[in-house]
Design a protein around this ligand. Structure first.
Ligand SMILES: [Zn+2]
Ligand SMILES: [Zn+2]
Length: 105
């Protein structure tokens, strides 16, 4: 059973496996991180990058929500500008005319 022996120490029994490349590792070779056990920093980075991509794919709602928020704010801005213009130029509301004057319109 070659897989039960550490890749770096053929005389030691593997106690863990790299999360990324699945190489068998002994206690001294296993690099323990928050995400799991790895054979090298490189494998740990690859795994975290992979998980990062997975998170983004699993939660596409964040970008949709952000886009909706921007669209909503833009629409609110348009409505506010319209109210201000109509109120100041047509209805002659004092506060609207003041604001328009301040904006130089
Ligand atoms: Zn590895
Ligand atoms: Zn080892």
């Amino acid at each position: 059973m070659a897989s039960s022996v550490c890749i770096n120490h053929t005389d030691r029994t593997a106690t863990a496996r790299c999360h990324t490349c699945h190489k068998p590792l002994c206690a001294d070779c296993a690099l323990k991180g928050e995400a799991g056990t790895f054979c090298s920093v490189n494998c740990q980075d690859n795994y975290e990058k992979f998980m990062g991509q997975y998170e983004v794919r699993r939660r596409p709602g964040f970008f949709t929500k952000l886009k909706n928020l921007i669209v909503t704010l833009f629409a609110l801005g348009l409505v506010a500008a319209l109210v201000l213009f109509v109120g100041g130029k047509i209805m002659h509301w004092g506060w609207c005319m003041d604001l328009l004057k301040r904006l130089g319109l």
